[in-house]
Design a protein around this ligand. Sequence first.
Ligand code: GDP
Length: 296
Amino acid sequence: MFDTLTDRLGGILDRLTRRGALTEADVSEAMREVRRALLEADVALEVVRSFVDRVKERAVGVEVVKSVTPGQMVVKIVHDELVAMLGADAQPISLAAAAPVPILMVGLQGSGKTTSTAKIARRLSTRDKRKVLMASLDTRRPAAMEQLATLGRQTEVATLPIVPGQTALQIARRAMEAGRLGGYDVVLLDTAGRTTLDEALMAEVVEVKKATNPHEVLLVADALTGQDAVTTARAFDQAVGVTGIVLTRVDGDGRGGAALSMRAVTGKPIKLVGVGERFDAVEDFDPARIANRILG
Ligand code: GDP
């Protein structure tokens, strides 16, 4: 097995600096390891560069206190900067708007969008005691509509009845109307996905957004797709303005790099992470845990 980043930093620094302040040379050598570890974790190059610069700036000249080794000192600085970059404060999904609060779920096909919609719906209804309605706007894939209906039955969350032949816009309007008439607190709109970004998909999402004025636009992205997930997030943000990210398959991303790139490049808060296929496999985003994962 490879040494963890923590071990590697300790090995280098404890060999170099005995006591006193961390020198430029100590820190530079340590930063080579940080850089390598982040690149191995599939963090975008631009993010790695700016991160390393930030840590360097903070670390050079820092007095090594007696109770810790220089390695531990730098690991602490790296950890703190990772947490700061990931977004130190947890940002839950906001429901601070007039009911029914529309939430638009966007993302590519296969990213885990429908599963995440059901996970969020279940959380809001079971934990937060909200009355939730889900609607699938995926008019091209009847199977996706059926999937949401099935998930609705399993999670005991209402889904909008399927009416064949309606456009995404018509379904979205019907969902909001049903939300109002039915006294729902939240309406989750699961938009259609595509395997690649295309103009027709974006045009449809923009149209639905205009008609429903969502309080949150949540981009669902697969952590395992790394750099592609970041490109997708950018494209959706430019088209519809993303308010938060749901990062899925974090259970399979042992290195935790996707979260860092995603947050740093888009500037959008990661609100939730998917950690498995079951509908209870969803967690609040925890920057410290991801930082620890990167440090190993
Ligand atoms: P959609 O096409 O974006 O709506 O994707 P789906 O919601 O249908 O999910 C695609 C596949 O990914 C399904 O098999 C899900 O069970 C699986 N999936 C979704 N989220 C997660 C997650 O957080 N972890 C894991 N391991 N699998 C997930």
